[in-house]
Design a protein around this ligand. Structure first.
Ligand code: ATP
Ligand code: MG
Length: 392
């Protein structure tokens, strides 16, 4: 019965020019989200509001599902839009709305009228009372509850009159594209997809880089990361996934550096390479799924050692999260089932039994000198042989 959805967006001091950019980005993201949905849609801005109009048949659940992935949306209200043909016609429309939406009339309600257009001949208070009365007359079982109604019937007098009472919670955050770009280090684990989701939620567009070590890591492990990138892209929009062959670099580290420092040194090279690809995309930062103390490579000292090779800021949105809190978000975004598939990761192949937990940066730098003969060449090759996958 709904031909339109009213999109509510909250957050922000969206003032002046920012408001325009915010709305424009939000419209683009909504269009992107509905691109593959069944049916045809028109997204339009009107008087500080965004409407999605449906043209012909569509699948309500599908549209609702897709819209709940769009950052920047606070609420999605299926809405009935009617022309202003005077109070009696409006009362009929509201009654017909209530009749169709609430098959069981054993409910309490309250009318909440608002006038965006002050030339309407009745005040909001008068509308509340008069429409409430009409609804009571039409449905004997229905009751008014002004304090905590089960159904709040919004009637907004605008150019067209908006009638709605259902609001589905949106994803919140800010529209992707309003806050720059970042490069996500995406592994096949639980944490990094969640980190990507959280950064995108703040309006940041993302690309991703994945390090694999064939033949030690399989094609299935790589496919898993592509699948995770697709899941993140449902929220973040399309991204470039850089798949870097890291095998020779890892082997060189394994051969020449102290084994307890393997993970830290490897992570430092990952950061360096990620920063290179970040530069190609015009990214303003790197993003990882690290959280303090989760593993040996995520102690404060280890994070400092990893950070030391970066010139871009490194964003770690999960830094203060416990694993169970991360898993909760992972499940919410439907990444968990994919993340726990048991394929090998390049980090887990060459690990020491007793990795350093408090690396000293000078010591690490000294160990890395052992690589100086040849590492530049290996980094160059890794960059030249990168595979870039477009993920939508
Ligand atoms: P995740 O669940 O995200 O894999 P983790 O708990 O396994 O994290 P680590 O393996 O120490 O922790 O990795 C820390 C972070 O480093 C990851 O969150 C990710 O951002 C990055 N990272 C680790 N391995 C890779 C990889 N193979 N390719 C790209 N990024 C990686
Ligand atoms: Mg991992």
């Amino acid at each position: 019965m709904y031909k339109s959805f009213l999109i509510k967006y909250g957050e922000i001091a969206i003032k002046g020019k920012n408001r325009y950019l915010f709305e424009e980005a939000l419209v683009n993201q909504i269009k992107y989200a509905l691109k593959d949905a069944e049916g045809e849609f028109k997204v339009r801005r009107l008087q500080g509001r965004i409407y999605v109009d449906t043209l012909g048949e569509y699948d309500y659940d599908e549209v609702m599902e897709k819209l709940t992935h769009v950052f920047g949306i606070v609420g999605i209200c299926p809405v009935v839009l009617v022309e202003d043909k005077g109070f009696d016609a409006l009362a009929e429309d509201v009654i017909s709305y209530m009749d169709k939406v609430y098959l069981d009339k054993n409910i309490t309600f309250k009318v909440h009228a608002r006038r965006a257009r002050k030339n309407y001949p009745m005040t909001s208070m008068e509308l509340n009372a008069a429409l409430g009365e009409k609804i009571l007359e039409a449905f004997p079982e229905i009751k008014v509850d002004v304090h905590s109604p089960q159904v709040l019937v919004s009637v907004e007098i605008r150019e067209e009159i908006n009638i709605y009472s259902v609001e589905v919670k949106g994803a919140g955050g800010m529209p992707v594209g309003t806050n720059g770009r970042a490069m996500l280090l995406l592994s096949g684990g639980i944490d990094s997809p969640v980190a990507g989701y959280m950064i995108a939620k703040r309006g940041v567009a993302i690309d991703a880089v994945y390090f694999h070590a064939p033949p030690y890591t399989s094609d299935r492990a790589k496919q898993k990361v592509v699948d995770l990138a697709k899941i993140v892209a449902r929220y973040s929009g399309p991204m470039n996934l850089y798949v870097v062959n890291f095998t020779d670099i890892q082997l060189a580290i394994y051969e020449k550096c102290p084994h307890e420092e393997l993970t830290i040194i490897m992570r430092r090279f990952m950061m360096k390479l990620a920063e290179h690809f970040a530069g190609e995309e015009g990214s303003l930062g790197l993003v990882t799924g690290e959280s303090i103390g989760q593993v040996a490579s995520q102690t404060m000292q280890s994070l400092a050692a990893t950070n030391a090779v970066c010139t871009l800021p490194v964003y770690r949105p999960l830094i203060g999260f416990d694993k169970n809190e991360i898993i909760e978000i992972s499940e919410k975004i439907d990444a968990y089932e994919t993340s726990i598939l048991p394929y090998e990761d390049c980090c887990t192949i060459f690990v020491a039994k007793h990795p350093v937990t408090k690396p000293n940066i000078q010591v690490i730098e000294k160990s890395e000198l052992k690589l100086s003969d040849g590492i530049e060449e290996l980094l160059k090759t890794a960059i030249e042989t990168v595979e870039v996958i477009r993920v939508e």
